[in-house]
Ligand binder design. Structure first.
Ligand code: ADP
Ligand code: ZN
Length: 512
């Protein structure tokens, strides 16, 4: 390992390894296939770049993103490491030249897009090379359970039998949900003991979720209060990005924008402006940010709730890569759920919709949890929760905790009486005694729980209370043609009077 440390110093200018790096490098050098799970910015690249330098032969890096490959290769060349990439931007001749360099032994690292592996000619060309190490970047792309499944990743398995000896595999990802890790290990043949999962906690990030804010006003105020700081504002749709961008540039902010609907040229120049601090704010869809290494991002604001926790943590995690205190603010409105549901239904395969909706619900739960947000994230990614972080919006929330057991029982009882087969909007309408004609049509107006919360809560408050009960695991969501709610085992304990429900004083969503 001493030699590895010298490489770190010599080529990258760092004195010591970060958490997890040394172990991964050691395993890899010993020919043990490994799974490396580290948060974005954790330093995954070095885990295969250093072994690549030390091993005889060529390290093949599978990477899904063209821009990321190009950046990495440029950075490696700048550090005097012979590297190249092959992707769709190269001409046939350039590909040939690169392959010649590789077979002549001039390259230490070759980055390739997974689609390449679908070409038999290309595989044959690879088979003549000596490849001791196969690094699979963004390895969650191989899993159906991941948030970014790419069928071409399955072709990686062809490489296991391409040479007389199977190369050592190093799978890298920032997604640590147990199902995804399991899948990656199975498909890439990695032992359970060889997974190295390092701290997902980012001690410098302060998370918060704000419900029912006037989003536009909030952002304007925030930008005025934090005048000199760079930040990213993520929105769910191109239309929203354009709208926020217009509002901010009209009010004189230094702002750039990025989404897939803009011409490639414009995207690149907007990105540059942000990276070079010429624009202080980037307004973007989730198309922006993969592989972007801008260290001084002081805040990431989500204008709408993203579609799942993986996306959220990845996007929010672009704040504070320099380790300085930074804010991750999520502006939640119940309409965000419909927006994301619509996007999921439009863009996902039918076979994946239910699974994506389950993930969406977990995201909604996060927005309504009243415990430490940092801990909620850690638990989601399969880590043990620690002490409350003391930085997040919930840890710093001075509101009083109230016993809401009786109201919870009323809601749960109502769900039971309605046969546990309706959505939360319908349940809320029954609870506040809505005059909607469905109430009589379905016979709800005759239920003893009809109007039981009338006068006490507005219909929005009831919806938000139901969300809270879902986040607490007392109600559960079933995804059919439309989502319905039912009482969980935990919820039954509340109904039986065996469990209390405590809630911070209700946030008043109501605008009278
Ligand atoms: P990831 O791929 O996990 O998102 P990167 O590999 O891009 O992260 O690394 C993130 C940043 O951390 C890079 O700027 C990298 O140079 C830096 N870095 C990596 N390892 C170390 C280390 N041991 N000491 C200091 N900085 C490091
Ligand atoms: Zn906290």
């Amino acid at each position: 390992m001493e030699q590895a440390r010298q490489m770190l110093q010599h080529h990258f200018g760092y004195d010591s390894f970060r958490n997890g790096q040394a172990q991964i490098i050691q395993q890899t050098l010993q020919g043990q296939s490994s799974l490396c799970v580290m948060p974005t910015g954790g330093g995954k690249s070095i885990c295969y770049q250093i072994p690549a330098l030390m091993l005889e032969g060529l390290t093949l890096v599978i990477s899904p993103l063209i821009s990321l490959m190009q950046d990495q290769v440029e950075a490696l060349r700048a550090a005097n490491i012979p590297a190249a990439y092959i992707n769709s931007t190269l001409s046939v001749q350039e590909v040939d030249e690169t392959m010649q360099l590789a077979s002549a032994g001039y390259l230490k690292l070759l980055y390739i897009a997974p689609e390449r592996l679908e070409s038999a000619t290309f595989l044959q060309a690879l088979s003549y090379l000596s490849v001791p190490l196969l690094a699979v970047d963004e390895a969650h792309c191989i899993s159906q359970w991941g948030h970014d499944f790419r069928p071409s990743y399955r072709a990686i398995q062809k490489l296991f039998t391409l040479w007389p000896q199977k190369p050592t595999v190093l799978a890298l990802t920032a997604t640590a949900t147990p199902a995804v890790c399991e899948d990656i290990r199975q498909l890439l043949e990695i032992d359970e003991q060889s997974a190295v999962i390092t701290g997902f906690a980012r001690d410098n990030l302060a998370f918060s979720v704000l419900i029912g804010e006037n989003k536009e006003r909030y952002i304007k105020n925030y930008l005025t209060k934090n005048k000199l700081e760079a930040g990213i504002i993520y929105a769910a749709t191109r239309k929203a990005v354009d709208a926020i961008y217009d509002v901010l540039s009209r009010s004189g902010e230094s702002v750039a924008k990025y989404h897939a609907g803009l011409a490639e040229e414009m995207r690149m120049s907007e990105q540059e402006r942000f990276l070079k601090d010429e624009a202080r704010i980037m307004v973007a869809t989730n198309a922006f940010g993969m592989g972007i290494d801008k260290s001084n991002v002081r805040f990431v604001i989500h204008y709408q709730m993203p579609r799942n926790m993986e996306s959220y943590y990845q996007e929010a995690g672009r704040a504070g890569r320099d380790g300085l205190p930074s804010a991750c603010i999520l502006l939640y409105a119940s309409g965000d759920v419909q927006t994301q549901r619509f996007l999921i239904e439009q863009t996902q395969d039918a076979s994946r919709i239910t699974q994506e909706l389950v993930k969406l619900q977990t995201m909604v739960d996060y927005c309504h949890t009243e415990g430490c947000l940092q801990n909620a994230i850690l638990l989601y990614f399969g880590e043990k929760a620690g002490e409350p972080c003391g930085r997040c919006g919930n840890c710093n929330d001075g509101r009083e905790v109230k016993d809401v057991t009786v109201d919870a029982q009323k809601v749960l009882a109502c769900v039971v009486r309605m046969g546990q087969k309706f959505g939360k909007t319908m349940v809320a309408q029954v609870l506040i005694g809505s005059k909607n004609q469905k109430m009589t049509e379905f016979g709800f107006a005759r239920l003893s729980t009809y109007g039981i919360l009338k006068g006490q809560y507005s219909s929005k408050d009831v919806s938000s209370f139901i969300e809270f009960l879902i986040a607490e695991g007392l109600l559960a969501v079933k995804h059919g043609t439309y989502p319905t709610i039912y009482v969980s085992e935990e919820g039954k304990a509340v109904l039986l009077g065996n469990r209390k429900v405590m809630r911070k004083e209700a946030v008043i969503v109501r605008k009278l």
